[in-house]
Design a protein around this ligand. Structure first.
Ligand code: UCC
Ligand code: FAD
Length: 585
């Protein structure tokens, strides 16, 4: 016997076993929730018209677009501040894949689709379906696109002639050579949440009607954008500015002049970040930057709120998309990885783990798609008052809730690959570090919880009335199905309890409402997702798994705000205990 030949670990031999890698095939055909929702909601002729494009795109994001996104992760941008002869250049150098994704975004009509309105109110949902697939594959090109979409919406709604005539045609162009991206510069050193007190940038009026901006923008995620929308305080002829929110106005500026020189902007440095490494996020000094005022004086925050609505919806689509993509990889891997004598998909405990992630992902997907439907109605001025109120309330709720879901699902998702989930070459760690930003930028969880309260106060509670009737109507539809009845009752109970809490707190204890804002937002999110899932499961073409997912969703604590209220978390004693807990030692 040749014993030597039986020893596998010698010289060039490293053992015969190599694990098969996880694969994606088509992110549209494999997404049962996305496909079923569109089929249930869209008119048949619209769905027929867009299906070939969605199928083609679903394949692309699993193949060439995914490869480009990965290249962006591996070749992050860098800043060259000086040329060889000492001149300041501040060139943000991006990789070829990043620039190719710019061209692909234009050609695919990622921004153009909802503004072309070829399918009326359904055009937005068509774009939303593409974003849900594109975002996690796009190497974070989704970030400048989100801000570009937000700027396009501001251009449309503000009616500002310069924005409409000069920027808008570029923003909605399908021609890569003409397509512009936009930034959104709000955050300064003193504050990204508290913009009203944090903004120090001043705008000095010029004789030709323009302004020159002087300030320091602390986070700018689109340092390579063609234009931006930003906030500043107009200085009067005595050199004074108005402090607080009433002093802020919205400005449009182009980052370079006609000769390609930066518009009196210095890129101080690029940030060294946990994730989103594909994205050039920089600190910018504005030193006499020429800008055009878009809003009325002192109406800057209200004007940029239209942009925030869009970018927060894009954020939610990144969350739902990341969860879907990672889960599809995880389930494919479970059919290739063998441990303890069988494939991991044959271990019931592993399937339970993935099953829970699947339920979260389906819930998040239905929520963001519904928000997309509402936005489509608003785009076409077809949204009833009830739908407008729902869009206002659901935007922060969806952003804050799906972001947290994405972090949890991506963390569990990495673990489902075992040690390989932690290894950079697999591309898997990117999911987790990129998901972590989703609950920070575009408003943190607490700040968005305040935004939920803001919508409540501003509409004198009308958003909650709209929420109640919308949710109740969906439950009424679902309750006719015998097997969904107990779950419908659970959601209905949660709805009543949450409403009762909010109404009582709003009228009697506003301070309590503030400390309960996060739990209230979670309760509204869980209750509403429950209603959406039950409605979806009651559809005559629903699959058995739609029913399973809906029933399981409703088994969790749907109104944590009531649970915590009963535990005394929001009273003076509860608040004092929080502080004592945190500050001891
Ligand atoms: O992070 C950023 C970019 C990241 C990259 C993009 C990624 C996109 C996703 C990509 C997917 C991959 S940009 C920075 C984002 N920054 C924020 O989100 C700021 C967070 N802070 C807030 O949201 C605060 O709540 C503020 C700034 C809105 C608070 O400002 P004020 O001035 O203190 O707030 P006020 O006084 O309550 O509101 C001023 C006006 C009011 O209108 P009037 O005067 O008519 O009553 C409000 O009703 O603004 C109105 N307003 C709103 N309207 C405020 N928020 C809203 C809203 N959400 N919707 C409608
Ligand atoms: P802070 O406001 O200091 O928040 C600190 C903590 O306090 C948070 O946990 C927050 O939830 C909590 N908190 C704040 N207010 C309250 C309250 N009232 N009640 C309870 N809790 C509260 N900004 C831009 O303008 N443009 C960009 O392109 C951009 N890109 C970014 C890219 C990345 C990768 C990151 C990480 C950030 C980016 N930002 C950008 C900035 C981002 O929007 C802000 O960092 C974010 O809005 C939070 O603001 P802050 O950093 O000032 O946090």
């Amino acid at each position: 016997v040749d014993l030597q030949s039986k020893i596998p670990f010698a010289r060039a031999k490293v053992g015969p076993f190599f694990q098969d890698k996880p694969r994606l095939t088509n992110m549209y055909l494999e997404d049962v929730t996305l496909k079923a929702y569109l089929k249930r909601i869209m008119p048949e002729e619209v769905l027929q018209a867009i299906t070939p494009d969605l199928e083609r795109f679903g394949r692309r994001v699993a193949t060439d677009i995914g490869v480009l996104g990965r290249e962006c992760e591996l070749n992050p941008p860098y800043l060259t501040q000086y040329d060889a002869w000492g001149r300041r250049t501040d060139e943000v150098v991006t990789c070829q894949a990043w620039r190719t994704l710019h061209d692909i975004s234009a050609e695919e009509g990622i921004i153009a689709i909802p503004y072309e309105r070829e399918f009326g109110q359904w055009s937005r949902l068509y774009q939303v379906a593409k974003l849900h697939m594109f975002n996690p594959a796009s190497g974070l090109y989704s970030c400048p696109l989100a801000m570009t979409d937000g700027a396009t919406k501001v251009a449309e709604l503000s009616g500002d002639s310069l924005l409409l005539e000069r920027a808008y045609p570029h923003l909605v162009s399908r021609n890569p050579a003409d397509f512009w991206t936009s930034g959104q510069w709000m955050t300064e050193r003193r504050g990204g949440s508290d913009v009203a007190n944090g903004t120090e940038t001043i705008a000095v009026p010029q004789e030709d009607g323009t302004h020159r901006l002087y300030g320091y923008k602390w986070f700018s995620s689109a340092t390579d954008a063609d234009m931006t929308l930003t906030l500043a305080r107009v200085m009067d002829n005595t050199g004074e500015v108005v402090q607080g929110t009433r002093g802020l106005s919205l400005f449009y500026l182009e980052t370079r002049d006609s000769s390609g020189q930066l518009n009196n902007i210095q890129v101080q440095r690029l940030k060294n970040k946990l994730g989103t490494r594909q994205l050039p996020t920089g600190e910018l000094l504005l030193d006499g930057t020429v800008a055009h005022k878009v809003s009325d004086e002192g109406r800057g925050v209200a004007a940029i709120a239209d942009m925030l609505t869009i970018t927060r919806i894009h954020n939610s689509l990144m969350a739902s998309g990341c969860m879907r993509r990672l889960l599809n990889l995880a389930r494919d891997y479970s059919t290739r990885r063998r441990v303890f004598g069988k494939l991991i998909c044959e271990h019931p405990l592993h399937m339970q783990t993935l099953g829970r992630m699947e339920t979260e992902t389906r819930g998040a997907t239905l929520l963001v798609l519904e928000v997309g439907r509402l936005l489509g109605l608003q785009d076409c001025q077809m949204a009833s008052e009830q739908y407008q109120l729902m869009l206002r309330l659901l935007t922060p709720i969806t952003k804050l809730y799906t972001a947290k879901q994405a972090v949890a699902v991506c963390s569990e998702g990495l673990e489902s690959f075992g040690g390989q989930g932690y290894i950079e070459d697999t591309g898997l760690p990117t999911f987790l570090r990129d998901a972590q930003v989703l609950s920070i930028w575009e408003g943190t969880t607490n700040v968005l919880s305040h935004d939920v309260l803001r919508s409540l106060v501003k509409t004198k509670g009308a958003v909650l009335q709209a929420f109640y009737s919308d949710t109740a109507a969906r439950l009424k539809q679902a309750v006719v199905k015998e097997n969904l009845r107990p779950s419908c009752q659970a959601v209905e109970l949660a709805l009543h309890k949450t409403m009762a809490f909010a109404q009582k707190a709003a009228s009697q204890e506003p301070a309590k409402l503030e400390v309960a804002a996060r739990d209230l937002s979670y309760s509204l999110a869980r209750t509403y997702i429950g209603a959406l899932m039950l409605e979806h499961a009651s559809w005559d073409q629903a699959s058995p798994t739609d029913i399973t997912a809906a029933v399981r969703w409703c088994q969790q604590d749907l109104c944590p705000v009531v649970t915590s209220d009963l535990a005394g978390c929001y009273g003076n004693e509860g608040m004092a205990q929080d502080t004592a807990l945190v500050m001891e030692g």
